[in-house]
Design a protein around this ligand. Structure first.
Ligand code: FES
Ligand code: FES
Length: 271
């Protein structure tokens, strides 16, 4: 069966480093991040999981952290029966990896919770997780995760532009909010930020150091690369370089796109 709906978010290597780096503490629920499973993408851009081989996933209520080379880490959840759901596995609050309990993804760091479709059910996180297309073949016991399909519900590139209707993305009406996802026709992570003064910023979400996906670090209000700790502003400028350079700025900014708005929504020109 297919999972569906609107999706969004990112990364992991350096698990929890965002929270640690920002010095956060809070009431951490008694839950651990889901166990790690490594897998490879096939030539069609999909990952096939023979679920019964993985007891952590095949049991009702199970979940794993899926590591796929070149991709962000995923949380693969099995609330029960033939239902599976796949989201990014990094908390949109400050980058901690998630656990799964009672049908929700839960952040051990400060207690954010997310529904199976990635929407926030408990703060402090405000932005949803990214949601990935998946389907489960109950006869074969195989779960198919499709990286090539783009983010479920995220708008596609049409004639060189991506349009985000306010009706579908109301967060873009409010300065400080953002959306993120992989638009079909672009194929990479994109962030769109609502800035002060009714302006917008759209930046590529792939770090210019070694192409890891970046994530939004809410306490810092900037983008953070979990691979080697580089940091960027909402407009893509580098504020800290990778660890190997001691944080010196030796890498370029994130790719920036023109973003504009009218009464109906935000348009990003993909050039
Ligand atoms: S990192 Fe703070 S709630 Fe997840
Ligand atoms: S890939 Fe981002 S800092 Fe190295």
């Amino acid at each position: 069966m297919s999972t569906s709906r609107r999706g969004f978010l990112r990364g992991i290597a350096g698990v929890g480093a965002g929270a640690a780096a920002t010095g956060l503490s809070g009431c951490a629920p008694n839950i651990a991040p889901s166990p790690v499973l490594d897998a490879e993408k096939e030539s069609d851009g999909r990952v096939r999981l023979d679920v019964k081989r993985y007891p952590d996933l095949s049991r009702d209520g199970g979940a794993v952290t899926l590591r796929v080379p070149g991709e962000q880490h995923l949380l693969v959840m099995h609330p029960g029966g033939n239902l599976y759901a796949v989201t990014s596995n990094i908390c949109t609050h400050s980058g901690c990896p998630l656990g799964f309990e009672q049908g929700e993804a839960i952040c051990p760091c400060h207690g954010s919770r997310f529904a199976l479709d990635g929407t926030v059910t408990n703060p402090p996180a405000r932005a949803p997780l990214r949601k990935f297309t998946s389907s489960y073949d109950a006869d074969k016991g195989v779960l198919l995760i499709d990286f090539a399909a783009g983010d479920v519900g995220f708008p596609a590139v049409v004639e060189g532009k991506i349009f985000f209707p306010f009706a579908q993305f109301p967060e873009l009406r409010t300065a400080g909010q953002f959306v993120q996802g992989v638009p079909e026709g672009y194929g990479k992570l994109l962030f769109v930020f609502a800035l002060e003064g009714g302006t917008y910023s759209a930046v590529d979400g792939i770090c210019t150091h070694q192409q890891c996906p970046v994530t939004f670090d809410e306490p810092v209000q900037g983008l953070w690369c979990p691979c080697h700790n580089s940091r960027f502003t909402k407009t893509g400028d580098v504020t800290r370089g990778p660890d190997e350079s001691g944080g010196a700025i030796t890498i370029g900014p994130l790719k920036k796109f023109t973003a504009s708005s009218d009464a109906s929504g935000v348009t990003v020109a993909i050039t």
